[in-house]
Ligand binder design. Sequence first.
Ligand code: COA
Length: 329
Amino acid sequence: MNKKIGTKILGTGSYFPSKVLTNADLEKMVDTSDEWISTRTGIKERRIASSGEYTSDLAYRASLEAIKSANVKLEEIDLVLVATITPDMFFPSTACFLQKKLGLNSVPAFDFSAACSGFIYGIATAKAFIESGLYKNVLLVGSEELSKITDWTDRNTCVLFGDGAGAMVLSASQDNDDVLSVFLGSDGSYADLLLIPGGGSINPATIETLNEKLHSIKMQGREVFKVAISKMAFAAQKALEISEKTIEDIKLFIPHQANMRIIEAVAKKLDISMDKVFVNIHKTGNISSATTITALDEAIKIGKLNKGDLVELIAFGGGFTWGATVLRV
Ligand SMILES: CC(C)(COP(=O)(O)OP(=O)(O)OC[C@H]1O[C@@H](n2cnc3c(N)ncnc32)[C@H](O)[C@@H]1OP(=O)(O)O)[C@@H](O)C(=O)NCCC(=O)NCCS
């Protein structure tokens, strides 16, 4: 009898644009201060893509690193998935632009949108494709240029976001199952609290939508804050239960990096000591679907995670969407 197919994580990679935007820079752009941003969010600086550098370019650089670390041949990749809310264009998908840049002729490629939970949704999608036997080597990318959908005159949102990309190669395996659990959820009744209202079928682009700045992020920060804490704690608990692991079994927790106070509140709610929680928000800001994967890649690179360790990724975002996954790296 054939053994059940499992999902092995072969490698990760990440890429950040070189331009750094500090809180001091933002002080010159809007009525804010380093003190306000640092104490309310934990963010000190974020990376910003240049005007000629696109979401698929960041995805490309992160993908090359992930493919190298996975030690697979480029031509072995048979599915390309990109989580993004800041695609190069509405269509073609950023995954197709990426596929072309990588020279991966003819393999299927598509984008999907679950906002800041995108990468966790992507792990579930990659796992399902692999374990159904449909594809063997999946390139999964979270890539964002939130700087290009930010209203740089709105101090409520412009201090929060940044740009970057992370990638992972997942592969079919008879011996390993590195994705121990995934738990996902969503609730569209919260859609109005965090969104880009313009540009779609509800508010197609017009001079009026441009003047009303409907093409940039709108957020009710305080309301988002409360739901984020409860849903992230809930998702983290559920993914642990499904994996039949406890907090003690997990070497490192990597929560979505949207606000340091959210991260601390989730850790407190779950009774996790902060030295088991990975934080890099001070240098990245919120990079939506790229957040958990770039943080995971950094944790591996700096030796916070070693081969065989268990890690839990936890995310929350617009939709609302939420999710968590327990992985063996
Ligand atoms: C956005 C956020 C940092 C604001 O923090 P907060 O403590 O809730 O602050 P409030 O919204 O209550 O605003 C407090 C005051 O600071 C002001 N303020 C907002 N942004 C500011 C800034 N950049 N600099 C200085 N003051 C600012 C507000 O205007 C308000 O002033 P008022 O009291 O005179 O009206 C916080 O709500 C948050 O992080 N929310 C969740 C965001 C998130 O996670 N989004 C993505 C989810 S994936």
